[in-house]
Write a protein that binds this ligand. Structure first.
Ligand SMILES: [Zn+2]
Length: 232
């Protein structure tokens, strides 16, 4: 299995876009260090339509889009740069890299676009996620699940520096992902998941060590039997 196929979440819809990657980075070699959440100011169906363009005419992409019902679609492998988080304006993100080759955060982040609106758009829409409208529960749960997979697959430790909003890279976008982004809940869920995984790993190591001990005893008994057989 290549790195590229390893970057695709199994068991969900894949709608690959041609709008991703950069000439200066070899395909499938990106090392993501953080997950950037966005709000679409729109609908998942738009990204699905863009994803079909060959060549792309809309130079926009996220690794994942999640709609209000929790339907997750992946558009770019997580070991390749998507194009959602490139613009930078007075970044507050502590892990932002100033070097000329890494000014573009797309080079080391995974982007998730969530369906809906954080502010009133100029065109027709249904409702804005503000203090009256929380993010839909299905969308939050799906986002947590996707981020768990990203953390495990890319080796990201979830915390305030690695689970960020677009607004911390581009402060000119204060409403992405918006005030209703449940960041604290997401980070806590991801950290609990890590604790849970560590616990299971410890248990498995213990079982493995115990099994080795038992197998050692079996071997000892077997060789004793062989010796008895040979001496009789
Ligand atoms: Zn954004």
């Amino acid at each position: 299995m290549s790195l590229t196929t390893q970057g695709w979440y199994p068991g969900i819809k894949h709608a690959p876009t041609a709008a991703y990657g950069y000439p200066t980075m070899a395909a499938g070699t990106m090392k993501p260090i953080a997950i950037v959440s966005h709000i679409m100011q729109g609908y998942q169906t738009t990204m699905l339509r863009w994803a079909d363009q060959r060549p792309p005419t809309n130079y926009v992409s996220a690794h994942f889009t999640i709609n209000r019902d929790g339907h997750v679609v992946q558009h770019v492998g997580i070991f390749d740069p998507a194009w959602a988080s490139g613009g930078t304006h007075n970044p507050t993100w502590p892990l932002y890299r100033e070097t000329p080759t890494e000014r573009n955060a797309n080079y080391y982040t995974v982007a998730i676009e969530h369906e809906g609106f954080a502010i009133e758009p100029r065109y027709s829409y249904d409702f804005v996620y503000d203090e009256d409208e929380h993010w839909p529960e299905a969308m939050v749960e799906a986002s947590i699940k996707v981020q768990q997979w990203i953390c495990v697959t890319a080796g990201i430790t979830p915390n305030e520096s690695t689970v960020i909003g677009h607004n911390s890279i581009n402060t000119a976008k204060p409403n992405c992902p918006g005030s209703m982004w449940p960041r604290h809940r997401i980070i806590t869920a991801l950290q609990n998941d890590v604790v849970w995984r560590d616990h299971i790993t410890d248990e498995l190591n213990f079982i493995e060590e115990s099994a080795k001990g038992v197998l050692g005893s079996v071997d000892a008994v077997r060789s004793s039997l062989t010796e008895i057989g040979e001496s009789s």
